[in-house]
Ligand binder design. Structure first.
Ligand code: DX5
Ligand code: ZN
Length: 224
């Protein structure tokens, strides 16, 4: 059975001046999880939030924390304590991924491993095969900024992962709108991150529901 489609708005595109209200608005609008982008200014050329923002976002739905950090290891405890339900590290970061993923689980969170657009999918095979990841996050833009164009060439990686691991939670992140979500979902993504597109729409609830129905309608089918 394929894992269900879930919509994960990225709060990077929210109004930081009232983050708590923005998170509440997303929950009310039907989001399944909130995606929180942590940037360290080294792994990516931008800064965003720390664990304090995770505390602010704690509410009715799970928090999916995406660590774009060169050295996430020493901060895992802070993010878990702040209320992260899933913590994803990058396979390109300078930490021992196996150790970090084990630590994330030991802290009581779900563990995720993320791949940049140019990183070969094979780099996460051993990790997933060993059962160390609850989620694989495939980047469809170079990480660091919202509002970039979707890179359809990463869809091949989704397909490879979905065919090998039909039950895996597979996230797509970057440039997702009503159109690009179709290809991402058709190639196997079930966790749909969307930032700038959602926040540009006049009605968030409608925007989330359209994204969900487009994803569901085009969802990868194992018998295809
Ligand atoms: C990019 C972040 C994404 C970003 C997505 O570095 O990891 O999560 O917020 O934003 P959009 O949907 O605008 O590409
Ligand atoms: Zn992200």
């Amino acid at each position: 059975m394929l894992p269900a489609i879930q919509i994960m708005p990225s709060i990077l595109a929210a109004d930081f001046g009232d983050l708590r209200a923005e998170c509440h608005r997303l929950v009310e609008a039907g989001a399944d999880q909130l995606h929180i982008d942590v940037m360290d200014g080294v792994f990516v050329p931008n800064l965003s939030f720390g664990a304090q923002a995770v505390k602010v976002a704690v509410g009715a739905i799970p928090l999916n924390v995406h660590l774009m950090m060169i050295n996430p290891g020493p901060y895992l405890d802070d993010f878990a304590k702040a209320g992260a339900d899933t913590i994803s590290i990058h396979v390109e970061s300078n930490c021992d991924a196996v150790e970090a993923l084990r630590n994330i689980r030991a802290l009581g969170a779900r563990a995720g491993i993320t791949l940049n657009p140019k990183t070969p999918v094979e780099q996460v095979f051993d990790i997933v095969e060993a059962g160390l990841a609850d989620e694989v996050l495939v980047m469809s833009v170079e990480p660091g900024f919202g509002g970039q164009a979707y890179m359809a060439e990463v869809e091949e990686k989704l397909l490879v992962l979905r065919r090998r691991w039909p039950d895996l939670d597979l996230a797509i992140d970057g440039g997702i709108d009503d159109r690009s979500v179709q290809g991402a979902s058709a190639h196997g993504a079930n966790l749909i991150v969307s930032g700038s597109h959602l926040f540009k729409q006049p009605a968030l609830d409608e925007a989330i529901s359209i994204l969900r129905s487009e994803a569901e309608e085009h969802q990868f089918d194992l018998v295809e």
